[in-house]
Ligand binder design. Structure first.
Ligand code: PLP
Length: 420
């Protein structure tokens, strides 16, 4: 499968015992690596050397669900690509509302939903809508850079919510609040730690914020990748209880649609959604999501339950398998398995290497790229960690882990010079 340091040929249906595809994996379709090498940017296949496996940006290698492809083909068969409604197609907004009702424990008015060009753009638009220059915003530390970057771009000043052994508790939140705190900008489920709050925790955070008159922006782009049949409670369920949650959603993680750049903002009320759309420029066609992307997303939400179940089962198996293999490496610690997401975030401090150095050496010796826990990606509290994405086939994951395992002694040998 591997012609080392030359090119990598990954086969879709591995046959050996170690890398056998699960039943769920076979329902998901096979990646076309030649296409991924041409199309998958953002630190992935199109951006690395031909022999490198990128377990980097959180974007599945899997092809989109077949029903999405069919609905797009049907739509394109009548080739009128006219402007759609400012806030998004009613079918899309209704599908998001129904999806939140059936999977996230809340009732949403479709008119409170606005279709956006990605979750990343949605967080930034909401932050710009709510914040003025210098307002303080509490964010978790560590957290995916898109959360902090969106707050910064909106002029907000970051206040860091430190975790307590991997959990973000109310005590930690209280310590981050000042009289100037205007909002919480949260990542739920959490990237990169893979944790999620229980319903009781969500209620407690919402009540805490409501008592202080603080707005909540909850980035729930990972809420479709909650594992082991755990329940997920959206902050959107807290509307009406005195809290004013703004929920950000997207389909890049749960349905492999990253390049379609499709997401949504769920405002705390229909009236506030209308103000948001007017202020952000939706009513003037300055903002808005592509109708094609909304058609694809609607098909995903309405017709792909079986695909999603297979995907979740596959991700859960990948997680457990990869965790066992990584824990066998000297200096790698992975205490709790992620409850959600398809990333692992092991602590590698015991190797004695900085995470940037370790990541560089993994690429040098094993020809696998991972994301270092640098401030640029996840904030200062990520130091001493690396992040690996598992949203690929078992064969590709095992190929990457085989290479890392085989080279581990060289990777962590500090007397070895980094030569690349
Ligand atoms: C927490 C978080 N928010 C937002 C995004 C980006 O989502 P989208 O591709 O819809 O912009 C990511 C992607 O990794 C993420 O981890």
């Amino acid at each position: 499968m591997l012609s080392r340091h030359n090119t990598l040929m990954l086969e879709p249906s591995p046959t050996d015992g170690l890398t056998r595809a699960s039943t769920s994996e076979s329902l998901l379709g096979s990646p076309d690596y030649a296409v991924l090498r041409a199309r998958a940017h953002n630190l992935r296949w199109a951006c690395v050397d031909m022999d490198v496996i990128p377990l980097t940006a959180a974007d599945p290698d899997l092809p989109a669900p077949q029903q999405v492809v069919e609905h797009l083909a049907q739509y394109i068969a009548s080739p009128h690509f006219s402007y759609g409604p400012a806030g998004g197609l009613i079918e899309f907004r209704a599908a998001v509302a129904q999806h939140f009702a059936s999977t996230k424990n809340c009732t949403i008015d479709p008119d409170a939903v606005t279709a956006t060009n990605s979750a990343a753009s949605a967080i930034t638009l909401v932050a710009r809508h709510l914040l003025k220059q210098g307002d303080e915003v509490v964010v978790q530390d560590p957290v995916d850079f898109l959360v902090t970057e969106s707050v910064r771009r909106a002029g907000g000043t970051l206040r860091l919510w430190a975790h307590d052994q991997g959990r973000f508790t109310l005590d930690g939140l209280a310590a981050a609040i000042t009289p100037r705190t205007r909002a919480l900008c949260l990542c739920h489920p959490h990237n990169p730690m893979g944790s999620l709050w229980s319903g009781a925790e969500v209620r407690a955070i919402a009540a805490f914020a409501a008592a202080l008159g603080i707005e909540i922006i909850s980035d729930e782009v990972w809420s479709d990748v909650v594992l082991d049949q755990r329940a997920f409670t959206s902050f959107a369920a807290m509307s009406g209880s005195g809290a004013t949650p703004w929920v950000v959603y997207g389909l890049s993680k749960g349905y492999a649609l990253a390049g379609l750049r499709i997401g949504a903002v769920l405002a705390p009320s229909v009236a506030r959604a209308a103000e948001f759309r007017a202020q952000a420029g939706f009513d003037h066609t300055i903002e808005g999501a592509s109708t094609l992307s909304q058609v694809a997303a609607t098909a995903a939400l309405m017709h792909c339950d079986e695909w999603r179940a297979a995907f979740l089962s596959h991700v859960a198996q990948q997680r457990t398998h990869a965790a066992t293999r990584l824990r066998a490496l000297a200096g790698v610690e992975l205490s709790a398995l992620p409850e959600a997401t398809f990333v692992l975030f092991p602590n590698i401090s015991a190797t004695g290497l900085a995470c940037e150095t370790l990541a560089a050496r993994i690429e040098q010796f094993a020809r696998v790229r991972v994301v270092p826990g640098s401030p640029r990606w996840f904030g200062h509290a990520a130091s001493g960690h690396i992040r690996l994405s598992l949203a690929t086939t078992r064969a590709t994951l095992d190929e990457a882990l085989d290479r890392i395992t085989a080279s581990w002694s060289s990777i962590i040998d500090v007397t070895h010079k980094h030569s690349k």
